[in-house]
Design a protein around this ligand. Structure first.
Ligand code: UDP
Length: 456
């Protein structure tokens, strides 16, 4: 990605959603736009604040989110997002109005780019007559599925009934009803309300996607057909932007020394991202499935992710002795480094969109066990469309886990899947090259931002 000479006096204000899977792509977008000559301000909640010292080129603007301990510990992330959207509107409007009136020492803000889950920013932009652009941190296919939910509800398919879960959704193949992106982080009503909020484009002028044309060509064509605003697919953003840490949790880098001691393509890396949860029964089945597979594994168990446990104190008796040196458990891994390590042969993932992109960018086939929301759509694409993943469906069971690991790491099926994953990696690399689709789209986005009209 070469530097392009744009006027340094253009500042873009970024508003990331306050979760790991949202903060990372937004900061990477910031790095990408900075390399195109824009100045960057990041307006963020105090809750899950990014670390400014990792981004010395950016200005950080904390917004008083006024969250209580109860808000933060609530199981309903949807309710939490609602509170953030209510509480942050005035702080953002006031800080921005001040900056716009008195831009020194800052450059003039020319537009706001906000995460879809922060729609309050659109109201603020509108109030201040600033152009705004949406960043979608999920896939294009997941967006189509989200936007179909009101239609499916009106047609009586939602709430979903058990007997229909395996059926294909009319108009959304290859998705089955069980793959619809309904969230576990709130009630069905809350989930549908949130989807209505985030589907509302309002006065925003464009949508940016952390996706790639060659990954979802038909979904993109479908969306372009009825979109009233330009769409820019400029992913995978982690490959577009030079690496700088965006992690909210301290990464345990010792695991790379452990990986160095393992044979090529032999290790199963297990991580369920930053939000997914499991119960103690699932912890035990996972532990025995990994141990019984006989393959080395690197397992991320996030503190607090197992109901009733602080960390791994409730691992089944005899497990540690059974695995000896074969397994390594950490609280949080440098995931991208891990996935690019030659020893890693399979990624068992919850299929968050960042994890999905990170895995296919390294040509690592996946075991797909989605937890909530759009992860179910991603898992279906990984297993049925791109054919670089095996599904783990239903109740977690050690025998199933062991079989899936062996199919991927020992059997011929795994070799074929790895070959397809490698082919995909090469295609994605091309999209980032000069004249590649994402690179072209980024240049178009740069021109688009420069052409936006500011208030007089
Ligand atoms: N991640 C990480 N270390 C871990 C687990 C996850 O750095 O041990 C990062 C991962 O690389 C990805 C992000 O956390 O960029 C998770 O985002 P994703 O969209 O996959 O899932 P979410 O956490 O939003 O469910």
């Amino acid at each position: 990605m070469g530097k392009q000479s744009t006027k340094r006096s253009q500042r873009v204000l970024l508003i990331p959603g306050p979760f790991q899977g949202h903060i990372t792509p937004m900061l990477e977008l910031g790095t990408t736009l900075h390399s195109k000559g824009f100045s960057i301000t990041v307006a963020h909640t105090i809750f899950n604040s990014p670390n400014p010292s990792n981004h010395p080129d950016f200005v950080f603007l904390p917004l008083s989110d006024n969250l209580s301990g109860a808000d933060i510990s609530s199981r309903s992330l949807i309710a939490l997002m609602k509170t953030i959207n209510t509480n942050c509107q005035v702080p953002l409007r006031e800080s921005l109005a001040q900056i716009m009136e008195n831009p020194e020492p800052y450059d003039q803000v020319v537009c706001i780019i906000y995460d879809t889950i922060m729609p309050f920013a659109e109201a603020v932009a509108n109030h201040l007559q600033l152009p705004s652009i949406i960043l979608r941190t999920n896939s294009v296919s997941a967006t189509i599925a989200y936007e179909s939910l009101p239609r499916l509800q009106a047609a009586g398919y939602i709430p979903l009934q058990d007997y229909m879960l395996q059926d294909l959704v009319p108009g959304l193949q290859p998705l089955r009803f069980k793959d619809l992106p309904i969230s576990k982080f709130g009630t069905l009503k809350e989930s549908l309300e949130m989807i209505a909020d985030i589907s509302h484009i309002g006065t925003s002028s464009a949508i940016i996607w952390n996706s790639v044309d060659c990954l979802e060509p038909s979904a993109l064509a479908q969306l372009k057909q009825h979109s009233q605003v330009p769409l820019f697919t400029i992913g995978p953003l982690h490959k577009m932007a030079p690496a700088s840490s965006t992690s909210l949790i301290r990464e345990d880098t010792n695991c790379t020394a452990w990986l160095d001691k393992q044979a090529p393509d032999s290790v199963i890396y297990v991580s369920l991202g930053s939000l997914a949860l499991m119960d103690e029964k699932e912890l035990a089945e996972t532990a025995w499935g990994l141990a019984n597979s006989g393959q080395p594994f690197l397992w991320v168990v996030r503190p607090g992710s197992v109901h009733g446990s602080e960390w791994i104190e409730n691992l089944p008796e005899g497990f540690k002795e059974a695995i000896e040196q074969k397994g390594h458990i950490v609280k949080w891994a440098p995931q991208r480094e891990v996935l690019s390590h030659g020893a890693v042969g399979v990624f068992w993932s919850h299929c968050g969109w960042n994890s999905t992109l990170e895995s296919i960018c390294e040509g690592v086939p996946m075991i797909c066990k989605p937890y909530s929301g759009d992860q179910k759509v991603n898992a279906r694409y990984l297993t049925e469309v791109w054919k670089v993943g095996l599904p783990l469906e239903g109740v977690l069971e050690r025998g199933e886990i062991e079989r899936a690991i062996r199919r991927l790491l020992v059997d011929k099926e795994g070799e074929e899947m790895r070959q397809r994953a490698t082919d995909m990696r090469e295609k994605l690399k091309l999209s980032l090259k000069r004249d590649g689709s994402s690179n072209n789209s980024l240049n178009d986005l740069t021109e688009f931002i420069l052409s936006l009209q500011l208030p007089k």
